[in-house]
Design a protein around this ligand. Sequence first.
Ligand code: ADP
Ligand code: MG
Length: 503
Amino acid sequence: MLELREITKRFGDVLANDHVNIVVKPGTIHAIVGENGAGKSTAMRIAYGFYTADSGEILVDGQVREIRSPHDAIALGIGMVHQHFMLVETMTVAENIVLGAEPGSSFALDLKSAAAQIRQLSEEFKLAVNPNEPVEHLSVGQQQRVELLKALYRHAKLLILDEPTAVLTPLEVEEFFGILRRMRAQGKTVIIITHKLSEVLAISDEVTVMRDGKVVGGVQTKDTNAAELARMMVGREVLLRVEKPDADVGRAALEVRNLSVTTATGAKRVDNISFQVRTGEIVGIAGVEGNGQTELIEALAGLVEPAQITGEIIIDGKNINAVSARARRELGISHIPEDRHRRGLLLDFNLAENSILGVHYRPPITRLAGNVFLDDGAIRRRATEIIEAFDVRPRNAALPARSLSGGNQQKLIIGREYHVNPKVLLVSQPTRGVDIGAIEFIHRQLVKLRDQGCAILLVSAELEEVTSLSDRLLVVHDGKIAGEVDPKVATLEEIGLLMTRGH
Ligand code: ADP
Ligand code: MG
């Protein structure tokens, strides 16, 4: 259906695609995997005419074709859904789909027949999209289906999907895979770019693995496994499953009693939650995002106005509801936030400066407590220690945080919080946007911290992460704890049900 032959593409000094060869057979679901920056999107954007290759050939249906623009690609039956949707919010589904599809024809006339056609396509592939609905009323998952419909409406035989599941909840991913299987059954060919191995194994027939701009392997999905794919992606052995000894649990370090959090506008986001985290254990919180996890962690970190909280937050037996975020850090509470750009780092500051956030007002970073004069030598020493111990790359404390990849930014934050030797660690989405090799490292560090006696509360939208790291697992739904399960024995289905249905 599609073949890339010796495709090479440079962006300035970066060799984004280096003699890339990919063969996609008709009627298959073909996964392209690789770490961030491996060149996956570039290769597929070249196939879609979004970029032109410096050299190499593209074959469609066995014939060499010139694809100079997406217009050429669409004419050859190729459709692409990008990571960021390109829909006009204020227009309906049908208007969005027809827009730009048939230049020259009357828009109003097209719209009526288009709506009927879209309805039919939506039924055929079970997309459940109403053509007359304004896009602004649709969820992210539904918007993605509109993008699929757009491609199908333009008679795409080959659909290229760039990281389509990044915006979906675990249950939406299941539904989405159902749609892809129906498309395959109807004779369509699908290329799915992803960096999640479980998804590759669940959905694809064949896999192409890319690393550093090159294709480093191609396998039939049934003949491979996660460990082999990870090794190809990273270029070394990667430990996928977190290996940890049983927890050596002590007293309750953090206790939450009947905690509720209400927003400034009066919405109850956390609803009467009670639990404990003891020293030496990781308590996980699983749940579809937006079910109160963010507000819970922020309340515990002291980032919510005390007036918005009822119930009790107790550290070492003492109520800390009225204690400021800074004073909570003094009590040994560390926070690794879910949004590292908004809360975790000052992007324009360098790594050294970022490495002291949160302790910048006390010795040894200042010469005297509360002193505003920082000790440059101490800052540099601390930064260097963290950069070395946590393998932050590049190893240059003078670089701005902005210039690091997501994984390296996260290693810096974790290193910084680790360095203060916390008694209680609140950590949200520790590996979001982080490459597999760095995920393994971050997981090991969290277990190490646990084994030093830290009480860890872990929130993650990645079910596999939260089940494999946690010693106990709470499932939240609609601001309440829907259940507690033993992560060693609970199945993903069991947890998934609690996540959606509550009790
Ligand atoms: P992937 O999709 O596998 O994460 P990409 O194809 O997006 O990787 O990127 C491959 C390399 O090319 C990266 O180093 C990236 O920074 C670079 N790159 C991609 N697109 C551009 C662009 N438009 N301009 C400059 N560099 C780019
Ligand atoms: Mg990409």
